[in-house]
Every structure is written in C-alpha cells, then in structure tokens.
Write a protein that binds this ligand. Structure first.
Ligand code: NDP
Length: 390
C-alpha cells in the first residue's frame, strides 16, 4: 500500500489532494502518515479520521488542546508547532504533498527531500527562497520533485522525453487576475474583496491576492528559473484570460508544445499522484469547440511591477529570492490587514530589495538553510520598518 503525507491538508491544494485521495479509495488504498494544518482544527481532525492518519499536526501550539479533544479515542497521534511539522516530514512516506502556504513550507519539504521522498511541490515559495538548496538536496538523496503549480506541471509534462538543450523558450501563462483590464488609478484603490475575486481559479486568499498583483506570476517566473535551470532570457509570461493553456515550450526546430486543460488544480495534483503513469483524474474535460477563443497578450509591466522585480531576482539569484518572497509576505499581511494600499505591496518589496542590495552577503548562493533563514528574517524586519515609515 502506498504511503502518503499532506502538508497544508486544510488549504485549497490540500483539499483538492484529499479529494483525489478519497476518490482513489482513501484509507483502503493509501496509508496516510501525516496530515498537517494550521487553525482549521475541525477540518484537520475530520480528514485525519477519514484517512486514518498516523499523526495530525497543527502549526499552532495554542490549537493543540482542541486538536487533542477532536481526536480523542481515535488512536491518532496529535502534535503542534513548526518543529513538529518538520519532524512529521521525517516519517517515512512514499509521496509527500507540500502545500503549506508561504516560506513556512520550506523546511518540511526540505526534510522530506533529505529522505529521498517523492515530493509533490505546490509550495512555490520553497523554490523561490531556496532553489539551489532544494535542487541540490534532491540530487544528493535521489529524491524526486514533481511541480504542482499548474504552469510548472505543464512545462514538466511538455519536457518529458525532451532534451532541455533543445528548449528555446518556456512561456508560462497568467490569467491576468481580476485587475487585468483596470487602470493604474483604479488598481490604486482596489479593496481586499476585489483582490480576492479571481476570475478563473478557485484558490486560497493569499495566492488569489498575489494573482491580482501578479506577484504570483513573479514567484512562478523565479520558480521556473530555479526548477528547470533555464536562462531567464528564455523564460516569459503571457496573459491568457481563459486559463486553458497553462504553459508553452518552444524548441530549436520551431515547434511549440502547449499544455492545455480546464483550470482545476486537481489535474496537476493528479498528474503528480499518478506519476510516472497517467491515471484517471476526475476533472472536467476540455471542450475547445465550446470555449471557441483562446487569446494571449503581453503583460503590462507598468501596472504590475512585480514582474519587473522578478526579472531582477532571476538574474541576480543568490539570496534575493528569499528577500523578495519574505518582503512580499509582509506586504501582503499589511494589505490584508487594511494598513496599506494595493500598489504599496510592490513598492515595499522593491524598497526592501534596494536596501539589501548594498550588502554583498545577499549575492551568496541560496545553498545553506541558515543563510536562507537569515535573509528571510532580515527582509521581514526591513519590510516591516518600511511599512512603518510609510
Ligand atoms: P491555503 O491558504 O488555502 O492553505 C494553506 C495551508 O497551510 C492550510 O492548510 C493552512 O492551515 C496551512 N498553514 C497556514 N499557515 C501555516 C504555517 N505557518 N505553518 C504551517 N501550515 C500553515 O493555501 P493554498 O492551498 O492556496 O496554497 C498552498 C501552496 O500552494 C502555496 O504555496 C501556493 O502558492 C501554492 N499553490 C496554490 C494553488 C491554488 O490553486 N490554491 C495553485 C498553485 C500553487 P489552516 O488553513 O488550517 O490555517
């Protein structure tokens, strides 16, 4: 029986993963080792009972008593805290879903890779903050990383059986988010509710706002660079409002492979779950006759400065990815809390990058966890100071 663990089980990706596991037979077909969540204890406990998990872990110590109550008498072990989540990643599992949101997903994913597991990686922040470390760890231990971001899963699928040297261009698409056709002036006044209302994908709150600001696409450009080791000049993004073509790969002979599918994360998760085979995945089938039109346009880098900032990070590499992500997480917290306006998020990230660029230490490769953690916490401190100044 195949064993699995889901980190971030109670989130949007976690729920989709749970749904697929359940449709494949749930506890009859899989041995569930660890399920982790944050504050949604009721849901974490329900999932743990249904999948008969070995251990359920909440990220928050103060949630431990309620998790303990919810799972009393079930025989399921309960734990809490970031170190308990990291330890859960040491438990043997054949397939591990990394779907915690933000930089908190880095350590558990890294621990799973050290043990040579197959890691289905939704947590793009891991590659953005510590791409060099992640890829080297996987190589040393013989672990497999399967990208779960729909665009990267699409590129991965298009590259299967291909020689990376024959790749001329990788284009990841972007829906353009809810503000695609808004003016700069209107975006400046965007509310939280407007930023969360994604036109084509159903996702968690934070990634939905990142899609509206195109910080999500910025993270994905960096993720493409780190995962596929492709020169930034060969990586591009196109706005494609229908979200049907997830990525395009152009080859030296002029051919272009496009990966298409309905906008449903269960496709990319299902691909990773069945890999290296193709199994049945219960997503809606594509009907191009019905869709009729697929359109593409270049993104507006003035309206969405996150894309320009990502280009700088992709060319500088080093610890700038960790700085970029941490500053973005702080700026996003403040936007959600209603303390800053929508465009200030990009301004805060840019200012943080400018302030650290004077320090040569940030040019060091993101090869050691300590360096990544230090860059992350320093960037959070600087970004917080910038918010206060503003
Ligand atoms: P959600 O916000 O929906 O879920 C996040 C999960 O992480 C929840 O289980 C949450 O627990 C848990 N969590 C939150 N904070 C912490 C923490 N500090 N430590 C440990 N666990 C924590 O996120 P998504 O599912 O939308 O995204 C997950 C990852 O997948 C992100 O990296 C995102 O970029 C990526 N991704 C998401 C896509 C999507 O469609 N949603 C598409 C492609 C990539 P709880 O809710 O119980 O508090």
């Amino acid at each position: 029986m195949r064993s699995i663990s889901i980190f971030g089980a109670t989130g949007s990706i976690g729920e989709s993963t749970f749904d697929l596991i359940r449709q494949q037979g749930g506890a009859r077909a899989f041995r569930t080792v660890a399920l982790t969540g944050g504050r949604n204890i009721t849901r974490l406990a329900e999932m743990a009972v249904e999948l008969q998990a070995e251990v359920a872990v909440t990220a928050h110590e103060d949630c431990l008593p309620s998790l303990r109550d919810a799972l009393q008498g079930t025989g399921i072990e309960v734990q809490a805290g970031a170190s308990a989540i990291a330890e859960a990643a040491d438990r043997p599992a054949d397939w591990v879903m990394s779907a915690i949101i933000g930089a908190a997903g880095l350590v558990p994913g890294l621990r799973a890779l050290r043990h040579g597991r197959t890691l289905a990686l939704a947590n793009k922040e891991s590659l953005v903050t510590a791409g060099a470390l992640l890829m080297a760890t996987a190589q040393e231990s013989g672990a497999t990383i399967l990208p779960v971001d729909s665009e990267h899963s699409a590129v991965f699928q298009a590259l299967t059986g291909e020689d990376i040297k024959a790749v001329e261009k990788v284009i990841i698409t972007a829906s353009g988010g809810p503000f695609r056709d808004w003016s700069v002036e209107r975006i400046a006044k965007a509310t939280l509710a407007e930023a969360v209302a994604h036109p084509s994908w159903s996702m968690g709150q934070r990634i939905s706002i990142d899609s509206a600001s195109m910080f999500n696409k910025a993270l994905e450009l960096i993720e493409t660079r780190e995962f596929f080791d492709i020169d930034p000049s060969r990586i591009d993004t196109l706005v494609h409002p229908q979200s049907i073509v997830h990525a395009l790969v152009g080859f030296t002979d002029g051919g272009v492979l496009a990966h298409m599918g309905m906008p449903d994360m269960r496709h990319a998760i299902g691909y990773a779950l069945h890999w290296p085979d193709r199994g049945h995945v219960p997503v809606a089938r594509l009907d191009l006759g019905q869709i009729a039109n697929l359109s593409f346009q270049s993104p507006d880098a003035v309206k969405f400065p996150a894309l320009r900032l990502a280009r700088d990070v992709m060319s500088q590499r080093g610890l700038y990815g960790a700085v970029f992500n941490a500053a973005k997480e702080i700026a996003l917290d403040h936007f959600i809390a209603g303390r800053i306006a929508f465009p200030q998020m990009a301004a805060i990230v840019e200012e943080t990058l400018v302030r650290v660029s004077a320090e040569p230490a940030y040019a060091r490769p993101a090869a050691r966890l300590d360096d990544v953690m230090a860059a992350d916490s320093e960037a959070r401190r600087i970004a917080t100071a910038i918010v206060k100044e503003k």
